[in-house]
Design a protein around this ligand. Structure first.
Ligand code: UDP
Ligand code: MG
Length: 312
């Protein structure tokens, strides 16, 4: 019998876990052709999440867990889950029921029909603020404009993939992982199914505005070097303007005898160019910091305990 692994990164999810677990069990009562197993990845939760997972694990042989030594972030949780999964199919999903488990049988059908991966995408962003919605649209547009991968509007990291694709995803060794981008980068045949955005059942989102901003920057720097190239393009443009203006000043000095003075214009140009140079230094710094982090080669996560057999 084929096996499907469901990977669930959890950070402070004590209020949603049991409800989530019940939903999954209900779904798999109707899926008899597959053996299922859950891998909960406890990402350094500060509440009772780990105790709860252990209780669930003792009650149900289909459940396993990996628990990190501290909070390493959702991307690290997904990586750990994928690394220790053994199923023929793997699902990655959130614990807060924002990724409706009802979609799993439909995703399974798509993959059994020949796709390598079925991804879920939100048809709308109901329940999210206007600013967040607009910014996220802008981010996807920008991302698709300057990178060679295509991230579909409203795409999530809720997906079902084949073992072959999981193995491909695990070939990417970067520590700063922008999972959505990685799933697209590896290629394979993908199909999308849409669902209505739902609010989380309990607890609150771990994303702050700053967190999302950093996530956006790491997505861009992980998949594009266009911002670095920007420096050269801007430099050439500024030199061109300077040259044209010098010509203009030269000609007007020959044709009239009044010397041009201009305190304001000099200050404005100085501030503008100064700002641009500092900004571009910042862009370089952004990439440099990514290189620094990758070069150190630290592990993406540290496992403190697990119910799985790990032989490293
Ligand atoms: N999560 C995690 N580590 C973190 C933050 C979040 O494992 O540092 C998990 C969280 O428990 C949930 C999923 O990632 O299962 C999505 O988190 P959240 O609902 O806060 O994000 P949102 O749905 O708002 O994008
Ligand atoms: Mg959520």
């Amino acid at each position: 019998m084929k096996k499907i692994d469901i990977i669930v990164p959890c950070y402070n999810e004590e209020d949603s876990l049991e409800i989530f677990q019940r939903h999954i069990e209900k779904i798999f009562q109707h899926v008899s052709e597959l053996e299922y197993s859950l891998i909960y990845v406890n990402d350094g939760s500060k509440d009772k999440t780990l105790e709860l997972i252990k209780t669930l694990c003792n009650e149900n042989k289909n459940i396993n867990y990996i628990s990190f030594a501290r909070n390493f972030g959702k991307e690290a949780g997904i990586l750990a889950g994928l690394s220790y999964s053994t199923g023929d199919y793997v699902v990655v999903m959130d614990a807060d029921l924002q990724h409706p488990p009802e979609l799993i049988p439909r995703m399974l059908k798509e993959v059994e029909a020949g796709y390598d991966c079925c991804m879920a995408r939100r048809a709308n962003r109901k329940g999210e603020g206007l600013v967040r919605r607009k910014l996220s649209r802008l981010f996807y547009r920008f991302m698709n404009l300057i990178t060679s991968i295509e991230v579909v509007q409203g795409s999530t990291d809720f997906c079902l993939m084949t073992r072959q694709m999981v193995n491909a995803v695990l070939l990417l060794h970067e520590r700063e992982r922008f999972t959505k981008g990685i799933f697209n980068w590896v290629g394979f045949n993908k199909t999308y199914i849409e669902y209505e955005n739902v609010e989380r059942i309990a607890g609150e989102s771990k994303w702050s505005f700053k967190g999302l901003f950093n996530y956006a920057i790491s997505g861009i720097t992980a998949f594009s070097v266009t911002p670095l190239r920007m420096a050269s393009v801007i430099g050439i443009a500024v030199m061109f303007i300077a040259f044209t203006y010098a010509l203009f000043v030269f000609v007007s000095a020959l044709s009239s005898d009044s010397a041009k003075t201009g305190y304001a214009s000099i200050i404005i140009i100085m501030l503008f160019l100064g700002g641009m140079i500092i900004f571009l230094l910042g862009v370089i710094g952004e990439y440099l910091s990514k290189i620094y982090i990758e070069v150190k080669g630290r592990p993406a996560y540290i496992i403190k305990e697990t119910s799985l057999e790990i032989n490293d």
